[in-house]
Design a protein around this ligand. Structure first.
Ligand code: OOG
Ligand code: NI
Length: 266
């Protein structure tokens, strides 16, 4: 097995450990598609501090032959993102976002700097940094303080470095043709979906349609108490052909903006 496939498997196992719903949903599709499920992309989150910025987190993927493709800005959420793709179509795209810490309040910025300082320098340069979890201890009050300013910052403080979501590539499913079908199937099975911006984000005219479950709640051990908070979700994407006939391979910032909200508290 290639090193990159080992990395993908390890990320998948880490993700499933936080997201039992994804395990169930994966199994449902697996059974109806002879085990043929393609992962469109994996999303990773970080801060833009030089030590852990997108370019740092992307290194193992670049080493494995991934190349930088699109870039995206989220002004209101104070995020910037890039996606990376590989010439091997069986490898998922990697979507990495970073929080623009210089745009946050002094207090929030100081907390984030303190978290990042605690990451050992040699941890950042290992290939498994992207699923190495939290490198710091933090209390629940700090989580709540971050939550008041940036849900993304709070999520990072609680979970650290781990895949935020995987994405079922709908085009390759035999069992369900449209995203409407997929959403109805999931609702019928009792899963909750993200309704921000509608159940389906995007449309054929932007060449991408996406939907997502609401993040599972996971018990997180803070330094003073254990609290169940939203962790990871599962996404579903359908891609459409560009006028050239080629399938669109990028992301759509307006839709992504709503997908980020799948980890909001409900
Ligand atoms: C990423 C949200 C954006 C997409 O597919 O547009 C995204 C995140 O929640 O970290 O995944
Ligand atoms: Ni996504």
């Amino acid at each position: 097995m290639r090193k990159i496939d080992q990395l993908m498997n390890a990320m998948w196992q880490d993700y499933l450990s936080l997201n039992p719903d994804a395990q169930k949903i994966y199994q449902l599709f697996f059974d109806q598609n002879d085990g043929q499920i393609i992962n469109d992309h994996i999303a990773l989150r970080t801060f833009n501090s030089a030590k852990v910025s997108i370019n740092q987190v992307a290194k193992p993927f670049l080493k494995a032959g991934y190349e930088a493709a699109g870039e995206y800005e989220f002004k209101e959420k104070k995020l910037y993102a890039k996606h990376f793709q590989h010439e091997d179509p069986t490898l998922p795209k990697i979507f990495i976002s970073e929080l623009l810490v210089e745009q946050l309040s002094q207090e929030t910025r100081a907390i984030i700097e303190y978290l990042v300082e605690q990451i050992p320098t040699d941890a950042v340069t290992t290939d498994d940094f992207c699923f190495s979890g939290r490198h710091w201890n933090t209390d629940y009050a700090t989580y709540q303080q971050l939550l008041a300013e940036s849900e993304y910052a709070a999520w990072m403080s609680a979970f650290g470095y781990r895949p935020n979501h995987f994405t079922v590539y709908i085009n390759a499913l035999k069992s369900h043709q449209s995203l409407e079908d997929v959403n109805q199937f999931l609702l019928d099975q009792g899963f909750e979906l993200n309704t921000s911006g509608g159940l389906i984000k995007g449309a054929p005219d932007v060449y991408l349609e996406q939907s997502a479950t609401l993040a599972n709640k996971t018990a997180v051990q803070f330094s003073d108490q254990t609290v169940a908070i939203p962790s990871c979700f599962y996404e579903f994407a359908r891609r459409y052909p560009l006028p050239s006939g080629e399938l669109y391979q990028g992301f759509v910032a307006q839709s992504a903006d709503k997908i980020f909200e799948s980890t909001d508290a409900r």
